[in-house]
Ligand binder design. Structure first.
Ligand code: ATP
Ligand code: MG
Length: 214
């Protein structure tokens, strides 16, 4: 019998460069999953991120594997190769279109930090973004969490098109992790243990070997 009463699956989509993935990303995903009762959060490492087109970004395969290592122990977290296999610059709208066609019955929640949300109007095809997913902006130390600049544009959308939530503040960024690794300073406890070891094994961010736990 056709089960019409079954609720739609709720899928979180966490896009990022993840160079490297760190505990700020994981806490953001976990908090949104809990708050919105998501069935799953799919981490989607970018191909070449368009806003970072002029910057040196680690190979997609390394960023993908670090994300797999970081999420492996959580049964509700998974990692998608969709963006890294598209072989072109990553736009969020392409990510969401692809997630929607892969999971046509699911309700999508795109998870983003306050900094990324602030730029939302500079994203390609932003009007379509709200048709594809609900957006959840999470607090991030150093960035203001507000949608004032979006209000005029959101007038025609449901009130839950964009929701802001406060999450435990973790002042961690991938840039700072890369800098620390390059200088031989520890990244232990900023990123999962397996990611520390992967960075060291692949010499990702500079000449210095990551030292043992201090
Ligand atoms: P980079 O310094 O290289 O830009 P990043 O730490 O900002 O790296 P990204 O891969 O650019 O990490 O971010 C992916 C997503 O995670 C973005 O939406 C970003 O806002 C969010 N995010 C990253 N770090 C945090 C954090 N500490 N707290 C909350 N959200 C975060
Ligand atoms: Mg960033």
């Amino acid at each position: 019998m056709h089960d019409t009463a079954r609720p739609r699956r709720k899928l979180g989509v966490m896009g990022g460069t993840f160079d490297p993935v760190h505990h700020g990303h994981l806490v953001a995903a976990s908090e949104v999953a809990n708050r919105f009762e998501l069935d799953e959060v799919i981490f989607v490492p970018t191909g070449q991120p368009w806003q970072k087109a002029n910057k040196q970004v680690s190979p997609a395969e390394d960023r993908y594997l670090m994300t797999v290592i970081a999420t492996a122990s959580n049964p509700r977290f998974s990692v998608s190769r969709a963006d890294i296999e598209r072989n072109k610059v990553t736009y969020t709208v392409d990510t969401l279109r692809e997630m929607q066609s892969a999971h046509p019955d699911a309700e999508l929640y795109f998870i983003t930090g306050a900094d990324a949300l602030a730029n939302i109007l500079t994203w390609q095809d932003w009007t379509e973004l709200f048709e594809l997913a609900k957006f959840v902006g999470v607090s991030r130390p150093g960035y203001e969490l507000n949608t004032d600049h979006l209000e005029e544009h959101l007038r025609d959308y449901p009130a839950d098109a964009v929701t802001m939530i406060e999450i435990p503040a973790l002042a961690i960024s991938s840039s700072e992790c890369r800098r620390r690794a390059a200088e031989g300073r520890p990244v232990w406890y900023l990123v999962p243990d397996g990611v520390v070891q992967y960075i060291s094994k692949r010499h990702l961010y500079g000449p210095a070997e990551t030292e043992g736990k201090a």
